[in-house]
Every structure is written in C-alpha cells, then in structure tokens.
Design a protein around this ligand. Structure first.
Ligand code: MEV
Length: 310
C-alpha cells in the first residue's frame, strides 16, 4: 500500500494572464489531497470522470515507459481541497494520481516527468491549462511561473521567504462558481478576440503588478502589497471573471482597509470560489466575516509539494 499527497494552490496574482504568456505568482497551501493505491484482484470502477482521468494518465504512462499493461489496482482518495473553489483541485488530483501510479509501478521519477504526465490529465479538465497550478502543487513553496510556448513552460521557486512584516492571507468563500475553469478561460479568450487592445493592456498591467507584488513580499511593504491586490482585482473584473456577488464582498473588505481578489478561474454568474484576502490587521476582516456569516479558510502558504506519506 502506498499513500502520496500534494497540496492545493492559490494565485497571489497573474491568473488568466498566465494563459497568454504572462507570469503568475502562485503558492502551495496546506489543504492537501491524499491518494492510497494498493494492488487489487478485480478491477474496481470509480466514478466516470475519475475513470476517464485514470485512463488518460494510465495511457500516458504506458506510452512513456513502453509498458503494455498496468497491474490491477484500487485507489482511495481523501481530499481536504474544496472542489471548484479556485484552489487547483483538478491539477492536484491529476498530479497526485500520476505520482501514486508511478510509485505503485516502482518508478522513481523526477518532478518534471510527473508534470508532463499529469499535464495530459489536467488538459482533460481544462482544455489548454497554463500548467501553473500543476507546477505549484508538484513543486510546493512560492512559484514564479510562465508559459512562453506550449513546449516551453518555466518556473522558479521564489529565492526568499516573504518578509516578516507580511502577515497571514486568508480565504473567504464567495460561493461555488456556476462555470468551470474552462468556461472562465473561454470568457477571456472571447474578450481577447473582440477587444484585443483592451486585453493586451490588462495583461500588461497584470504582469507589472505581479512583479511589484514579488518586490512587496520581499521588502515587506504591506501598502504596496495591498495596492497590487486591489489593482490586480480591478483588472480581473475588467476581464469579466468576477461576478457581482464577489465584487460586493471585495468592496466591503476594501472599505475596511484591506484587499481581496478572486483566486484562479473566478466565476461570473454566481460565486467566484475562494477569495484571497489581505489586511494589515486581519482581525478586522475576521470580525466582518463573522458578522456577515461568511465562510473563512485560514491557510498557510509556501508548504511542501508532492510527497510520499506511507
Ligand atoms: C486557474 O487556476 C488559473 C487560470 O489562469 C487557468 C490556467 O492557468 O490554466 C485561470
């Protein structure tokens, strides 16, 4: 029996723009998904979308390692990642299954091989993902990610820890999005087609803000960090990926002196998943959250990537 796990992720900034070659800043967070694999006598059928994902990963492994058959196995999944919340649950599932299966087959592999195989699985959910979510859940820590071409995806861990002035981020649940990540990516693709000038300017602004955010984390400049989140969120609203429900939660946090943004694909029709929130005095936000009956998730950022647990 083998148990492996990967964390989930947040986008500090750069989501959507990253699909078009701009950088994104991501962090692994302490909500993990665990998979246990063991050998089986009979084939066990899981739910249809998990079956499909297993088949894609199995066939990619078979091709890559020239294996004709994978021995029968059964898996059990235990996830602490709220699905459809922008925390990269599909990338995490694809990565953890890939790692579990390769370990079950006795393959000692590097992270980049796991990335390449799991990317095929994530593409099943998303169409053409940037790969940023996947790189973060595999690698862990805080990651600077960019996909310049389909065949050239680059990332590097931030070579420093956030300055001690930088306090804790929290997540606030704005509600499950009605749309899938793929649909949210399509909204931006349509805007890019109908208004290329506007989207180009938004992506460029997002790139600059993502860079400024790295500097703010390094120097411990909280005002700068708050501004990056606020302006980054405005750009995401202009891209059409933030619904009214989330916008009103975000405005209320800004009135308290903090900043919040969607995290990942977002959502336009109803909720937009987990909002990333920062405040110099987070207690003020927590008080507001309690008063308004909002769901909050306390997180730790920069945690370990994939690992073998048993
Ligand atoms: C989804 O978590 C992030 C997006 O930028 C899509 C992607 O990077 O593949 C919206």
């Amino acid at each position: 029996m083998i148990t492996v796990s990967v964390p989930s992720k947040i986008h500090l900034l750069g989501e959507h723009a990253v699909v078009y070659g701009k950088p994104a800043l991501l962090a692994a967070i302490n909500k993990r998904i665990f998979v246990t694999v063991s050998g089986a006598e009979k084939k066990k059928i899981d739910d249809p979308s998990l079956e499909k994902l297993k088949r894609i990963i199995e066939s990619t492994i078979k091709k890559k390692y020239r294996i004709s058959k994978i021995p029968l196995y059964s898996i059990s999944i235990s996830s602490h990642i709220p699905a459809g919340s922008g925390l990269g649950s599909s990338a995490a599932l694809s990565a953890v299954l890939t790692f579990a299966l390769l370990t079950f087959l006795g393959k000692r592999v590097d992270k980049s091989t796991i990335f390449d195989i799991a990317y095929e699985g994530e593409a099943f959910f998303h169409g053409k993902p940037s790969g940023g979510d996947l790189a973060t859940v595999i690698e862990g820590g805080l990651l600077w990610y960019r996909k310049d071409f389909e065949f050239l995806k680059m990332f590097t861990p931030l070579p420093f820890r956030p300055h001690k002035n930088i306090g804790k981020f929290i997540l606030i649940n704005s509600g499950k999005p009605k749309e899938s990540t793929r649909e949210m990516v399509d909204i931006v693709a349509r805007l890019k087609k109908s208004n290329p000038k506007k989207t180009k300017a938004l992506f460029e602004s997002q790139e600059e803000l993502t860079k400024q955010m790295v500097k703010a984390l390094k120097s411990g400049d909280e005002n700068k960090l708050i501004n990056c989140i606020r302006f980054g969120e405005r750009n995401l609203e202009e891209l059409g990926v933030v619904g009214e429900k989330s916008q009103s939660i975000i405005k209320a946090i800004e009135r308290l002196g903090g900043a919040a943004k969607i995290n990942g694909g977002g959502g336009a029709k109803n909720g937009s998943g987990m909002l990333l929130v920062y405040h110099k005095d987070i207690k003020k936000v927590l008080k507001h959250v309690r008063k308004n009956n909002l769901e909050v998730l306390r997180i730790q950022i920069g945690v370990e990537g994939l690992r073998r647990d048993e």
